[in-house]
Design a binder for this molecule. Structure first.
Ligand SMILES: *Cc1c(COP(=O)(O)O)cnc(C)c1O
Length: 536
């Protein structure tokens, strides 16, 4: 297809910025061409402006050749670039369905391009005839979003096909939510439609909204136009690397869970008074029509839940858009809507990645799941199992640590993330016992006292007879509780005596667990954190 009729004249003539690394040939090892710092720190060099490796990975996952892939700083970059490549400001126009994603209109306004909206049918379906009727000789882009945001439905593919065949400009099909749909979408059919651009993103199903990576898939000539206009280094090197790494595990299980939750939420919502309708969704959200949307919105906010109020959008009167969360988050929504009481959960999920360790940790102070500790150090796992069991706190811990060096980093980093997690899970600490103390007996005696009042301190009065228990260095115990005290912002006193180091260590962990259980327990009577100095 010849695009010269629809591409802006200045862009056709553009000599794009040629980056240093574009011209670099292989086999070079001394880079004195780009005025970079020669001191290596991981990011002192400019990133690959063509994102070759990342494109190869995407190419394999999506089964689309690299030359048909554009990678942007979110799909939002691709949307903006489409305007800049195809639309003459102050002269051209674009046509879009309504209601739909808000960025098309914003990008149109920024680029001074007329934005024509064509209402979907009452049931949110697409009418190709109406869209085509809204175009004229200055129409350059048509925006279709499928599954559509905020309505959640797939647009009829026969209607899209008709628009693509009859329209002389570019048809943009935004498939940000396609992973949640049971239908295929248009990615595999780009060969049939040389004037079609399919947008997808890593922000939704792929769980990387924070990275800002979106894709445009299209004919190689369109991709090269977008690439000429983009900032040369639009995707940072850390971002490219991180995406590459995260794409190593595919999200299909999570997508399945979200789709199941979508079904469950939808079924229960039907039974709740005040709910007037739930629209079929092929996305990871539900559009729900309420009798009193504003009231419901405020009720949810008061419970700490924020959803999107879409009631002012065309055809969406009374509607809130609710993203599908974790099962317990969805449960909370349902409880609030039903007017049932709910407890604010004391659960957190954290990850911590450093050069030495890669840790993921779930903690529920109120013990909602089975604990499982995998640090790679069996004895340490055994101690943490005791901690979880005797405190009633659920701990799910997974560590990949540099054990080939020694246990130090793993033990220290586990203490840091665990303390941080307990602290975060406790939130405002309102209503907790704050103090814990215990003196259990085996052949060992451990005395542990905890104050969760906010000051970090460890008093350690324990000595071990041997330097190691098995292969585990006994000096690491002090270090563990010290790091924990700091991260948990708690004062911890520990003293212990006993005949056998293994028993002594186990006794300390049990006693600590029992003390923690007391300190984090919600008191029956209603008072705030017992302190005269306010909550730290
Ligand atoms: C969320 C969303 C996007 C994603 O935009 P990014 O910039 O890639 O995060 C694109 N289109 C639609 C319709 C969306 O809802």
């Amino acid at each position: 297809m010849d695009y010269s009729n629809i591409v802006r004249k200045n862009i056709q003539k553009l000599a794009p910025y040629s980056t240093a690394r574009d011209e670099a040939q292989s086999g070079l090892s001394v880079y004195l061409d780009a005025n970079e710092s020669p001191y290596e720190n991981g990011v002192n060099r400019y990133p690959d402006p063509k994102q070759r490796e990342l494109k190869e990975t995407i190419s394999k996952i999506k089964c689309v050749p690299s030359e048909n892939i554009f990678i942007g700083n979110g799909s939002d970059e691709a949307i903006d670039l489409l305007f800049r490549v195809f639309c003459e400001p102050g002269k051209d126009n674009v046509v879009a369905i309504s209601p739909t994603y808000g960025m098309y209109k914003v990008a149109a306004q920024i680029n001074d391009v007329e934005y024509r909206e064509v209402l979907l049918e009452e049931d949110f379906s697409l009418n190709a005839g109406k869209i085509l009727a809204a175009t004229d000789s200055c129409s350059k882009l048509i925006f279709l979003c499928s599954p559509n945001n905020p309505t959640g439905n797939m647009l009829d593919s026969a209607e899209i096909e008709r628009i693509a065949s009859e329209f002389k400009g570019i048809v943009v099909v935004d498939e940000a939510y396609i992973d949640f749909s049971s239908e295929e979408g248009f990615l595999r059919r780009l060969n049939e439609f040389p004037n079609m651009v399919v947008l997808q993103t890593l922000s939704k199903a792929w769980a990387m909204a924070g990275l800002r990576i979106g894709f445009a898939f299209a004919d190689a000539a369109i991709i090269s136009l977008l690439s000429n206009v983009k900032y040369p280094y639009n995707i940072g090197s850390d971002t490219q690397e991180r995406a590459q790494k995260l794409l190593g595990s595919l999200p299909y299980e999570k997508i399945k869970t979200i789709k199941n939750e979508r079904g469950r939420l939808s079924e229960v919502l039907k039974t709740i008074p005040g709910v007037e309708g739930i629209y079929e969704s092929d996305a990871n959200f539900l559009l729900v029509k309420f009798k009193n949307p504003r009231e419901v919105y405020d009720k949810l906010v008061n419970a700490g839940i924020v959803v999107r109020d879409r009631s002012s959008q065309p055809l969406c009167g009374g509607c809130l858009r609710i993203s599908i969360g974790l099962a317990r988050e969805n449960d909370k929504v349902l409880k609030v809507l039903k007017g049932e009481s709910y407890t604010n959960s004391r659960f957190v999920s954290l990850t911590r990645v450093t050069k030495e360790t890669n840790i993921s940790l779930d903690v529920d102070i109120d013990g909602s799941f089975e604990s499982k500790n995998d640090t790679g150090i069996p004895f340490f796992d055994h101690m943490l199992d005791q901690l979880a069991f005797h405190s009633g706190v659920s701990i799910r811990l997974n560590v990949i640590g540099d054990l080939e060096v020694d246990e130090h980093h793993t033990v220290e980093d586990v203490a840091i993330i665990l303390g941080d997690a307990v602290n975060k899970a406790l939130g405002s600490k309102e209503g907790i016992g704050r103090y814990g103390f215990v003196l259990p007996m085996d052949d060992s005696l451990a005395e542990v006292a905890i104050d969760m009042g906010g000051r970090a301190w460890l008093n350690w009065n324990v000595s071990f007879d041997n330097n190691q228990i098995g292969t585990f260095p006994t000096e690491m115990f002090r270090h563990f509780f010290y790091s924990l005290a700091i991260a948990m912002k708690s004062t911890i006193y520990i003293s212990a005596t006993g005949q056998n180091d293994h028993h002594k260590a186990e006794c300390i962990f049990k006693a600590f667990a029992r003390s923690l259980k007391m300190a984090v327990k919600k008191e029956q009577f209603n008072y705030k954190l017992p302190t005269t100095k306010g909550i730290l």
